[in-house]
Design a protein around this ligand. Structure first.
Ligand SMILES: C[S@@+](CC[C@H](N)C(=O)[O-])C[C@H]1O[C@@H](n2cnc3c(N)ncnc32)[C@H](O)[C@@H]1O
Length: 248
């Protein structure tokens, strides 16, 4: 196994590959009363699809779930098959910066914890062309909640390739991308801890029995533990914010 394969090996059986929770996904629906009953939904960076399956329960429409890691999509396919959702959920292996869809094809573009890979502004600008006029875009992304975050925290996120902005700075980017901001709300702490870090830390305890002293994999496991520690120590400074937007 390469270190990259090991990274995915850690995440494959986890309930989610990023912070999130069903309640936060459901909450967006309060702001989307005009969404058609049979909406066409695109879920970008779906992972094994915790939020994809929540979306499929919130709409009678169809979900196209995109990721570029096929084993995640295989897990999602098996889950939707088992839950009787496969008629309305299809998976597509594609890169988020070259999505193989028509302009205006979707009523709703959804993405949880993934847009940072392209950058908030670039992701919005690129994906919005796939959203029909009057359609909606909802993303969750990391943001600073307090000014003057400590240096070790900013350095940690920079090293992760994920540079947080404040919610106000992100709101400006929403407008620059030509979108209308309908609402913002923050992911509750349970979405980080109970549904993300707790299952991850349990898996790490298990994996450490085999890989704890491995020269390449051991440090990867420790880095995940460090990320969870950083969250506990500094959670008042940052978190995920959901941005609910409309393509005017
Ligand atoms: C932080 S995870 C979030 C997954 C899921 N939305 C969740 O919250 O559980 C980011 C996801 O983006 C996928 N990804 C990374 N780079 C990608 C790319 N260039 N195109 C499509 N998906 C990508 C990863 O495989 C992973 O599933």
């Amino acid at each position: 196994m390469t270190p990259e394969e090991f990274f995915y090996h850690v995440f494959c059986p986890l309930p989610r590959q990023g912070p999130g929770c069903t309640g936060a996904t459901q909450r967006a629906w309060y702001y989307l009363p005009d969404l058609p009953l049979y909406a066409q939904v695109l879920d970008v960076g779906c992972g094994t699809g915790a939020q994809t399956r929540d979306l499929a329960r919130l709409t009678n429409g169809s979900i196209t779930a995109v990721d570029n890691y096929q084993p995640f999509l295989d897990i999602l396919d098996a889950r939707v098959q088992k839950e009787g959702l496969s008629e309305r959920v299809r998976t597509v292996n594609a890169s988020m910066d070259a999505l193989p869809f028509e302009k205006g094809e979707f009523d709703l573009i959804w993405s949880e914890g993934t847009i940072y890979i392209m950058g908030f502004m670039d992701g919005l600008s690129s994906w919005s062309s796939l959203c029909r006029k009057g359609g909606f875009i909802v993303v969750s992304d990391i943001a600073w909640f307090a000014m003057n975050p400590p240096m070790d925290l900013t350095q940690f996120w920079e090293k992760e390739g994920c540079i947080p902005l404040t919610e106000d700075e992100k709101t400006e980017q929403v407008h620059k991308a030509g979108l209308k901001l309908i609402a913002t709300y923050r992911l509750p702490e349970a979405g980080w801890w109970e549904y993300y870090y707790v299952p991850m830390l349990e898996r790490i305890i298990d994996l450490k029995k085999t890989y704890g002293t491995h020269p390449e994999f051991g440090p990867i496991l420790s880095s995940f533990e460090y990320e969870a520690e950083i969250y506990q120590k500094y959670k008042r400074y940052y978190g995920y914010t959901f941005f609910v937007m409309q393509n005017p």
